[in-house]
Design a protein around this ligand. Structure first.
Ligand code: HEM
Length: 488
């Protein structure tokens, strides 16, 4: 009898706890921003446009801040400059957590910088920034490296002798060589088989992360993980990239001089050595591999996609090409980072290319690091947040005719460069892109060097060129196109 009463009491307690939890969750949900009613398990999946998730998230039925359920994951979506800025900048600490993207981040398992959180992220971000700076990011030494590489690209382009070609891999190899110099300490020959294969893998990885199969995987990771199919391809690419990095680390370990580290991997190995007695160290082999992967991947695909989009846009709007180059730089010397300040139209064009191409339209997912009050709502700790950078770049409150490509929006009446707040291709706040300085320098030097040497044209009528992205989910990928270059 006593046993029965005890069991009943236990059952009652359990019910009370469950009811309290359900009440708490309901209560918190009640304070989340409004959004479409989710179905069990599926969430709002059926309401999304799987080929263009951004487009379906942008629909502003619920205002600039709303909640959607992607499968069982609750996501707070931020639209427009004001909402994104209030979260990422004004409440930077609270919105600095990182959410995962199962189809992409599962290979990282929380290691490295991009998909790390807490103390690991803080330490590795600080270390990566310092090391990139020491190896020249934003300094003269890296400027010279980019100038040399841009010259190699010019020579490669001269070989096309005016015939139409797809610039995709020439651009990615040139850009990749810059981050390779910093991370591995050397550039690769454009014909190096391994390097060619590696660049193809990076492109494939970026493209796969945006395909419908990856969206499905991101929404239902638990189920799809167990089923073979195209959604697994991205992970295979990552594994091959990881093998390459591991091979390089082993090589560098064998020849490392602890007193004279030559590149990012060397510096990390030195730090591993210094901290080897510390059981809680974040300077482990796994973090080295993944941080290297982060830099190598982010440092290649983002810049080469922007350049590729940029040249496509210049084919469509040829009047924009090389306006100031002859006046400010001439033909006899290489462009320098300093020239930028004297070239407001070029600067404005590059900004407009980045705004218009909007290559990371959702940024990367954030989470809130604690229960967070935001615009009168209560967002529980750990909730995913998507700051839609796309809605910043195409915000009609901030940009007149946002769908039109118009460098002039970044110029004032007397032709000087004009900053725009609603320009966040590198995002903002504590997670702001770690390679912004390097990326800006590369974009300027590669663009101006190419336009200094060549006039760009399209083998098809520019009117028929489409600027619509081929893929637009996690990343925006421009359509493939043919480019003709005439030596100037
Ligand atoms: C045009 C070029 C680039 C663009 C548009 C770009 C854009 C971005 C964006 C939108 C984020 C997400 C920020 C957030 O979570 O709010 C990001 C993060 C990041 N980027 Fe870039 N990026 C570029 C180039 C680079 C380069 C060259 C590097 C490396 C040298 C790099 C390394 C990183 C890293 C490590 C992160 C993660 C930062 C963190 O989680 O703390 N990026 N980038």
């Amino acid at each position: 009898m006593e046993l029965v009463s005890a069991s009943l009491l236990l059952l009652l307690c359990l019910c009370c706890i469950l009811l309290a939890l359900a009440w708490k969750s309901q209560n918190q949900q009640g304070q989340l921003p409004p959004g479409p009613t989710p179905l069990p398990l599926l969430g709002n999946f059926l309401q999304l446009d799987r080929t263009n998730v951004i487009r379906s998230l942008e629909k502003d039925t619920y205002g600039p801040v709303f909640t959607v359920n992607l499968g069982s994951r609750r996501v707070v979506v931020l639209c427009g400059y004001q909402a994104v800025k209030e979260a990422l900048v004004d409440q930077a600490e609270e919105f600095s957590g990182r959410g995962d993207i199962p189809a992409f981040s599962k290979d990282f398992n929380g290691h490295g910088v991009v998909f790390a959180n807490g103390e690991r992220w803080r330490q590795l971000r600080r270390f990566s920034l310092t090391t990139l700076r020491n190896f020249g990011m934003g300094k003269r030494s890296i400027e010279e490296r980019i100038q040399e590489e841009a010259q190699c690209l010019v020579e490669e382009f001269q070989k096309t002798q005016g015939a139409p070609f797809d610039p995709i891999f020439n651009l990615s190899r040139a850009v990749s060589n810059i981050i390779c110099s910093i991370v591995f300490g050397n550039r690769f020959d454009y014909e190096d088989e391994k390097f060619i294969a590696l660049n193809k893998l990076i492109f494939k990885r970026f493209r796969f992360a945006g395909l419908t199969s990856a969206q499905l995987y991101n929404t239902f990771p638990g189920i799809l993980e167990k089923i073979p199919g195209p959604h697994q391809t991205g992970s295979k690419c990552s594994q091959e990239i990881i093998s390459f990095i591991l091979e390089r680390i082993k090589l560098q370990q064998a020849t490392l001089d602890l007193n004279a580290p030559q590149n990012f991997i060397d510096c990390f190995l030195v730090k591993m050595e210094q901290e080897k007695q510390n059981p809680a160290t974040e300077f482990s082999l796994e973090n080295l591999v993944m941080a290297t992967f982060n830099l190598f991947f982010a440092g290649t695909e983002t810049i080469s996609t922007t350049l590729r989009y940029g040249f496509l846009i210049l084919l469509k709007y040829p009047q924009v090409q090389g306006k100031e180059i002859d006046v400010v730089i001439g033909r006899d010397r290489a462009p320098t980072a300093e020239d930028r300040g004297r070239m407001p139209y070029t600067d404005a064009t590059l900004h407009e290319i980045q705004r218009f191409s909007d290559i990371l339209p959702m940024s990367l997912p954030h989470t809130v690091t604690r229960d967070t009050r935001f615009r009168g709502y209560l967002i529980p700790q750990g909730t995913y947040v998507y700051p839609l950078l796309s809605t910043v770049h195409f915000d009609p409150e901030e940009h007149k005719d946002p769908e039109t490509f118009a460098p002039e929006r970044f110029l004032n009446e007397n032709g000087s460069f004009r900053k725009q707040n609603a320009f966040l291709p590198f995002s903002a706040g504590k997670r702001v892109c770690l390679g912004e300085g390097l990326a800006r320098m590369e974009l300027f030097l590669f663009f101006t060097t190419i336009l200094q040497h060549f006039t760009l044209s399209s083998p098809v009528d520019p009117q028929q060129l489409s600027l619509a992205p081929e893929v637009s989910n996690l990343g925006k990928v421009p359509p493939r196109y043919q480019l003709c270059l005439r030596q100037r």
